[in-house]
Design a protein around this ligand. Structure first.
Ligand SMILES: [Zn+2]
Length: 126
């Protein structure tokens, strides 16, 4: 039991120290998506939602560490974020790895910057 509590503490410290970098990476991606304007509207909103979820996680873990709150609070926090993410999964995670028409693997650019989730060929046909 003691060991699992230590493990939780390690995870919390890691998240508190590193979630800022993840947040910055997502915000940079969000800025890059701006260039694609209407092609990436939904996906740009999605990275914004993801950034908000990461921000909540970051603030939560930093509070747990700095106010010396019990580590166990991390679990309901994480569960709440996962539930919200799952409930709004269409908005939060619209990314698909394969073309929704022909099933071909999509290049990273189309995964991140094109709402259509289709490869170039299929988009021209549609
Ligand atoms: Zn296709």
């Amino acid at each position: 039991m003691m060991q699992s509590i230590d493990f939780l503490g390690t995870v919390i410290t890691f998240v508190a120290e590193n979630s800022l970098y993840l947040l910055l990476a997502v915000l940079v991606l969000n800025m890059l998506q701006r260039r694609y304007q209407k092609h990436a509207q939904n996906k740009r909103l999605a990275t914004l939602y993801i950034a908000i979820l990461i921000l909540v996680l970051m603030v939560g873990t930093v509070l747990i560490v700095s106010l010396d709150l019990p580590d166990i609070i991390f679990l309901p926090l994480l569960a709440a974020l996962i539930l919200v993410g799952y409930r709004f999964r269409k908005q939060v995670f619209p990314f698909r790895l394969n073309c929704r028409i022909c099933g071909q693997r999509l290049p990273g650019k189309r995964i991140l910057f094109y709402d259509s989730n289709t490869c170039e060929k299929c988009e021209q046909v549609e």
